[in-house]
Design a protein around this ligand. Structure first.
Ligand code: ARG
Length: 563
């Protein structure tokens, strides 16, 4: 039942000169719940009723009757509707239980396709703690859009192309050892890359050789292609371990190299449409008119650039997927890059440039000082996840040694704790990674929410309730009602998170729900109560359990039944 529609139905039986839509539009939701759940202002009716608005409010309010509303009362020029708590509790709790895993799923997206590009790591580079941001914000947005019934396409736009691969090939040819690299691919390739830079300082011919290798790669030379593919495959083995831990999945790994043969056509078009101009041997797009510095499209040696590949990728995606939205989850430092190429796409005459969205985010730093890739002070993401899992394992051994599948639960809780911390903050904010806050079972943490879920599971399992129908009037107390109101906000929370590209809205929602549930649990005894009370309270616990689990799924956190 839609309570707002009920208000419209009631009012339209008394107000004939407003359409149902006009009535619907005029209905307000009072900020203060003591003023009712809905309010209808009567000012507009003064003309036809030929009375003062407050008199009209009184007259209409007194003439209306409904089982759905506890009270329909005039307050000054408003008619206030207060939903009957029993009806409301029944409606919300029954809906959640009936829908189960599908609670939150909404048919909004129809057949529209949303592309979420995320993670997009660079081959042969270490995946450090900072990389968790794009991975998890993106993975979560994909699930959020999926819940809204969009067709979601998850793309990892791998950084697998560019002159650095020429350097890596040259370095490997000079100093590399196949076995050593295959044992520990990313670390060894990074070492070779670093060595290349050191040696190139002394010997400038190295840079020429690297350029040659990259040229060969671009031309499809067999050896260059083979070495590059090998580096890519072995890097992916490492990345996939992290993606598995994080529960990140992709539909496509078409990265930068995929677009190399799609760029000439783009360059031709840019030249034909006179969007690029020559500048000291290179080609640029002048963006002064849009308040941006010029964008470099080709270098003087004719090789193409990051910007050009992004333009080619966007054009390809539009053709391939006909997206409704094309979302890029990439850090704030690349803001200008995205603004520039999206503007160029617009200059090419593609109105869909406006459907491309750069979802940016701030930085993560470690408590013990900043990370620095250059000084070799990186905190590897995989190490963090493994350490989190191990810390939780120790806690489980201490507190619940009899738990089944301890390893699996340790992973769910440990990794969940890291992910929760990542998705708790507004994405644009920088945050400091804190082991202590993250693993705490109190307050705003993953373990806290998972614990509330596990508590709900154990109540459901251990408290016997018959299948007599539930008396929802038992849930009229304030703490129960607070939980019920929160449950009912779940669907709009998902919509809000999608609209703002902000998974933290879901994280905060589920944290509040867990807090309210704990308050409910502390205030309302269950096990030693009458069968009626037990049945009603357990129904609420079931609805909470479902909603926590579904919400955690949206932020890529699992919900074990036992901790
Ligand atoms: N690989 C790039 C980096 O690590 C990020 C790619 C972002 N996506 C894009 N379409 N430009 O900086």
């Amino acid at each position: 039942m839609d309570f707002k529609n009920e208000v419209v139905k009631l009012l339209s039986s008394k107000i004939t000169d407003l359409t149902q839509e006009e009535i619907l539009d005029a209905i307000e939701v009072p900020k203060n719940t003591s003023m009712g759940d809905y309010a209808f202002p009567c000012f507009k009716l003064a003309k036809t009723f030929r009375k003062a608005p407050n008199m009209i409010a009184t007259e209409i309010a007194e003439s209306l009757e409904s089982d759905v509303f506890e009270t329909i009362a005039p307050v000054a020029a408003y008619i206030n509707f207060t939903i009957d708590k029993t009806v409301y509790a029944k409606q919300v709790v029954e809906k959640v239980i009936k829908l189960g895993d599908d609670y939150g799923h909404q048919a909004i997206g129809e057949n529209k396709t949303v592309i979420v590009e995320f993670s997009s790591v660079n081959i042969a580079k270490v995946m450090h703690i900072g990389h968790i941001r794009s991975a998890m914000i993106g993975n979560s947005l994909a699930r959020i859009y999926d819940a809204l019934d969009y067709n979601v396409v998850k793309i990892n736009h791998l950084g697998d192309y560019g002159t650095q691969f020429g350097k890596m090939i040259e370095a490997y040819k000079l100093w590399g050892d196949k076995e050593v690299v295959e044992k520990n691919p990313v670390d060894e390739l990074v070492k070779l890359y670093v060595k290349f830079h050191v040696e190139a300082e002394k010997d400038s011919t190295l840079d020429d050789k690297a350029r040659e290798w990259f040229m060969k790669l671009e031309q499809g030379d067999a050896e260059a292609t083979h070495l590059w593919q090998w580096m890519k495959d072995f890097s992916m083995i490492e990345f996939n371990r992290v993606y598995d831990l994080l529960d990140c999945e992709f539909d496509s790994f078409d990265g930068e190299s995929f677009y190399s043969d799609k760029m000439p056509a783009i360059l031709d078009e840019l030249r034909e449409k006179k969007i690029v101009k020559k500048d000291a041997g290179a080609e640029i797009v002048d963006l002064e008119e849009y308040g941006m510095p010029p964008s470099l499209i080709t270098k003087s040696d004719g090789s193409s650039l990051y910007v050009t590949r992004d333009i080619a990728a966007a054009v390809y995606r539009k053709k391939q997927y006909d997206f409704y939205k094309n979302i890029y989850v990439v850090g704030a430092p690349q803001q200008l890059h995205f603004k520039q190429w999206m503007q160029i796409v617009k200059l090419m005459g593609h109105e869909w440039a406006d459907d491309c969205v750069h979802v940016m985010f701030g930085m993560v730093s470690m408590e013990d000082g900043k990370m620095s890739t250059r000084e070799g002070r990186v905190v590897k993401l995989e190490d963090v996840l493994v350490k989190a899992k191990e810390s939780i394992k120790v806690l489980i051994e201490e507190k619940n040694p009899g738990l089944e599948n301890k390893d699996e639960v340790a992973r769910q809780v440990g990794v969940g704790a890291v992910v929760f911390q990542e998705l708790f903050h507004n994405r644009i904010k920088d945050y400091v990674f804190s082991w202590e806050k993250m693993l705490s079972a109190e307050g705003e943490s993953g373990p806290y929410v998972q614990y509330a879920h596990a508590r709900a599971c154990s109540l459901i399992k251990n408290i016997e309730v018959g299948d007599a129908s539930v008396d929802y009037s038992i849930l009229k107390d304030d703490v129960s009602m607070e939980v019920i109101r929160q449950l009912s906000k779940y669907e709009e929370t998902i919509q809000d998170a999608a609209r703002k590209y902000e998974p933290s809205i879901v994280t905060r929602y589920v944290t509040s729900l867990a807090q309210m549930f704990n308050t409910f649990y502390n205030a309302n005894r269950i096990s030693d109560q009458t069968p009626e009370i037990k049945a009603a309270r357990i129904a609420l616990v079931k609805a909470v359990k479902i909603t926590i689990k579904n919400a955690l799924h949206l932020i890529t956190i699992e919900a074990p039944e036992q901790l």
